[in-house]
Design a protein around this ligand. Structure first.
Ligand code: PLP
Length: 426
């Protein structure tokens, strides 16, 4: 098992004394892949450098927040410039207006935006808004979709929760999830007139990658329309990642409410919910659905987000799509050549790696692939060779605009060698 260098190991030991588990988000502790996490000291472009000076080609990219790569000069300059003018005021700023203008101009059907500080807040507020405007309580979510860690949405979550193998979390009262119905991804459920909202990742990216099967999102749209329920697309990962206008535009299915995060904050804490004015005006101060935030629309975060959105033109998505397609087909070929079961689904600029002999269509399929036990040793072999994949089999592979074709080819070669060594060990 590769051991992190001594500086990372020493930091982890110190961290565990003062931070539960040594980390501030569970998946970072390497619990599902083994070994000691590397502590990052700096990052640039496609690479992160750890406390021991070891460099890794990074496919975590802050779980997708860094689409242009780390420390992009334009983003760094925007944040530096903004910081010089003060880091938070508790009063409105032009930056918030400009970011909201940029997002609403890019995403059809999203006419107004409320900025918050995390994806968790965005989805929590979107659900509250849907309940407020419909006067109903029931929320339908899909197993393996992750919508942050608010009580009501922490039932059958993917990502960290799936990794921990917990159905939800202790500390969440049954009453908090009594109105949350969890159903399998990819199958249109019955949507009754008690349903306030159906919330879905339009391409599921927190149980590996499960693209929406044909007709699924259309079926949800039709079902919500029939029942008078709102359809919420959680585009915290897909927004500004799979296309500038997101997965709704790509799939041609328009939700009632959108949530965004990760990319739109340019690597700073920022997320948003949006939708048509008619719905959004139910939020305080205009309406009676309450929501607030001390750091909401933070000037550093809006500056970083705007700098990133300015870099994301048509050519950027085309280039990112080409890189991901090259990586995905290379990975699939490399792992298959070693005789291991493999699936590498692709949805535009997203991809993931399952050690599975059959396509993965839902959370059960993702869990079966994880049970192969092949991901952890593969992860460790890759890390040893300087390639940092996500430290969990339930995550996607995040490529950035900074990854070069040569780096992708290098990744594929190392994947071939890693898969070979796994196959030899049997
Ligand atoms: C990451 C994520 C969230 C939660 O966002 P945080 O900023 O971590 O609170 C919500 N939904 C999806 C789809 C995500 O990937």
């Amino acid at each position: 098992m590769p051991e992190a260098g001594s500086a990372s190991a020493a930091l982890f030991e110190r961290a565990r004394r003062v931070i539960p588990g040594g980390v501030n988000s569970p998946v970072r502790d390497f619990g599902s892949v083994g070994g000691t996490p590397y502590f990052v000291s700096s990052a640039s472009g496609s690479r992160v450098r750890d406390a021991d000076g070891q460099e890794y080609l990074d496919y975590v990219q802050s779980w997708g927040a860094s689409i242009v790569g780390h420390a992009h000069p334009k983003v760094v300059e925007a944040v530096r410039e903004a910081a010089g003018r003060g880091t938070t005021y508790g009063a409105p700023t032009e930056g918030e207006v400009r970011l909201a203008e940029a997002v609403t101009a890019a995403v059809p059907g999203c006419d107004q935006l409320r900025l918050v500080s995390s994806g968790t807040e965005a989805t929590m507020t979107a659900v509250r808004l849907a309940r407020g405007v419909t006067g109903r309580n029931r929320v339908v979510k899909f197993a393996g979709c992750y919508h942050g860690h608010s009580d009501g949405l922490l039932a059958g979550g993917g990502s960290g929760v799936a990794t921990l193998g917990l159905p939800g979390s202790e500390g969440v009262p049954a009453s908090a999830v009594a109105d949350t119905l969890v159903v399998p991804y990819g199958v249109v459920p019955e949507i009754g007139e008690e349903v306030a909202a159906v919330i879905v990742e339009p391409a599921a990216a927190n149980m590996g990658l499960v693209p929406p099967p044909a007709g699924f999102l259309q079926g949800l749209r039709a079902g919500c329309d029939r029942a008078g329920a709102l359809l919420i697309f959680d585009e915290v990962i897909t927004g500004f990642r799979v296309a500038r206008a997101g997965a709704s535009w790509l799939t041609g299915v328009r939700p009632d409410l959108f949530t965004f995060g990760k990319v739109i904050g340019g690597g700073l804490p920022l997320a948003a919910l949006g939708g048509p004015q008619e719905l959004m005006s139910a939020l305080a101060p205009l309406g009676r659905v309450y929501q607030a935030g001390t750091l909401s629309g933070n000037p550093l975060a809006t500056a970083a987000g705007l700098a990133v959105l300015e870099l994301l033109d048509e050519a950027a998505y085309e280039s990112l799509g080409d890189k991901v397609a090259r990586l995905a087909s290379g990975l699939e070929e490399a792992v298959a050549a070693a005789g291991l079961p493999v699936q590498v689904p692709v949805f535009s600029t997203l991809t993931s790696l399952y050690f599975s002999g059959e396509p993965v269509a839902d959370y059960d399929g993702a869990a079966r692939a994880a049970e192969s036990g092949l991901y952890a040793p593969f992860f460790r072999a890759m890390l040893e060779m300087g390639v940092a994949l996500a430290p969990s089999p339930y995550e996607v592979i995040f490529c950035s605009l900074a990854h070069s074709e040569a780096e992708i080819d290098e990744t594929i070669e190392k994947a071939a060698a890693s898969a070979e060594s796994l196959a030899r060990r049997g």
